[in-house]
Design a protein. Structure first.
Length: 165
């Protein structure tokens, strides 16, 4: 696919913009993506990290709230370094800094769990599991509204999908 901006190079970056619930996607090359990043965040790549850390009220120093001197037992990453660069050092960091990172994830992603698209070639069980989660949520709503016939239908649908897992 050709870059939609320069129309010269191969598009390797997809940019999604959502304004007033209207989603617009463009496919651009790495060169045009670099120009776009400079326009939006300036020439310093740390501005992006600064922008993300500012999503939490109080700026970068409060993006990950401090509560003493936490550090990762696996890689030694300190809370101060995490606050400054916004990157975890290893898998254990997610557990070590969980209490500080979850509010940030919720602020950025509106959730503390990844609920994204699943590639078609690997979608079998993941797609079914997602459908079950959605149906269970609808089931709970139906029970709360005392719509028991609808709840029974949803229960049966869930049981049917669970046999395919």
């Amino acid at each position: 696919m050709q870059c939609e901006n320069c129309k010269q190079l191969q598009a390797t970056v997809q940019v999604t913009q959502v304004i007033n619930n209207q989603k617009k996607e463009i496919n651009i090359c790495e060169h045009c993506a670099g120009k776009l990043q400079q326009q939006v965040f300036g020439s310093d790549p740390k501005n992006l990290q600064h922008f993300l850390s500012n999503l939490m009220e109080g700026g970068p120093s409060q993006a990950i709230k401090t509560s003493g001197s936490l550090s990762c037992s696996e890689c030694g990453l300190t809370q101060e370094i995490l606050t400054n660069n916004g990157r975890f050092g290893c898998e254990q960091c997610y557990h070590s800094f969980q209490d500080q990172a979850i509010p940030l994830m919720i602020k950025i992603h509106n959730s503390d769990q990844h609920i994204g698209k699943v590639p078609e070639r690997t979608s079998g069980g993941a797609k079914t599991a997602k459908q079950i989660r959605v149906l269970k949520s609808l089931l709970q709503e139906a029970i709360n509204k005392e719509a028991f016939e609808k709840a029974a239908e949803l229960r049966d649908d869930i049981q049917e999908l669970e046999t395919h897992l």
